[in-house]
Design a protein around this ligand. Structure first.
Ligand code: ZN
Ligand code: ZN
Length: 172
């Protein structure tokens, strides 16, 4: 879905959009984006409500689960014209506002919304806050059953766990 800048009226243009896409790790369902795009000076502001469902694997038990996220988004769209855009980028250091640069005469809704959706994916992905994870010895999903392994704390596992957690963090 392309929104051409020249077609955006003064009072703003209402946008209702849905989509779905996947990355190597997750499935993103954009259930709805209901918002408006406004022309502001040389640039544009896209604002509205983004409702998505992300299907991910739990970091602890590896089970697939779905998470619903409902967020208001606010994105400034800057028409890129070389040096000018760079100056703007420094100027617009508003933490709450996303920035999106375009060279074309339109914005691509699939692209801009998928970017936002990926940003909303939680860093820590848990099927539930108290997920017990897998037994490190036999691999039993401890949310579903208990196993008879001796659950003694072994330092080697603690180190490995820390290592894996760091690795996960770096991959984000
Ligand atoms: Zn889990
Ligand atoms: Zn076990």
């Amino acid at each position: 879905m392309r929104i051409y800048f020249e077609k955006i009226p003064e009072e703003g243009l209402e946008i209702n959009f849905s989509d779905n896409f996947e990355t190597s790790e997750s499935v993103f369902n954009i259930n709805s984006f209901n918002g408006t795009i406004y022309a502001v000076n040389e640039n544009f502001i896209l604002t509205g409500n983004l409702n998505i469902t992300i299907e991910d694997s739990c970091d602890r038990c590896l089970k697939k689960f779905k998470e619903d996220i409902d967020e208001k988004i606010l994105i400034e769209i800057v028409k890129e014209s070389s040096a000018e855009a760079e100056a703007e980028e420094i100027e617009l250091k508003d933490e709450d506002m996303g920035l999106y640069f375009v060279r074309e005469e339109y914005i691509d809704m699939e692209e801009i919304i998928s970017q936002e959706a990926v940003l909303l994916r939680p860093v820590k992905r848990l099927c539930s806050q108290d997920c017990k994870g897998l037994c490190p010895i036999c691999g039993t999903n401890l949310n579903e059953e208990t196993c008879s392994c001796k659950q003694e704390t072994d330092d080697r596992w603690a180190d490995l766990k820390k290592l894996l957690e760091n690795k996960n963090r770096n991959e984000v």
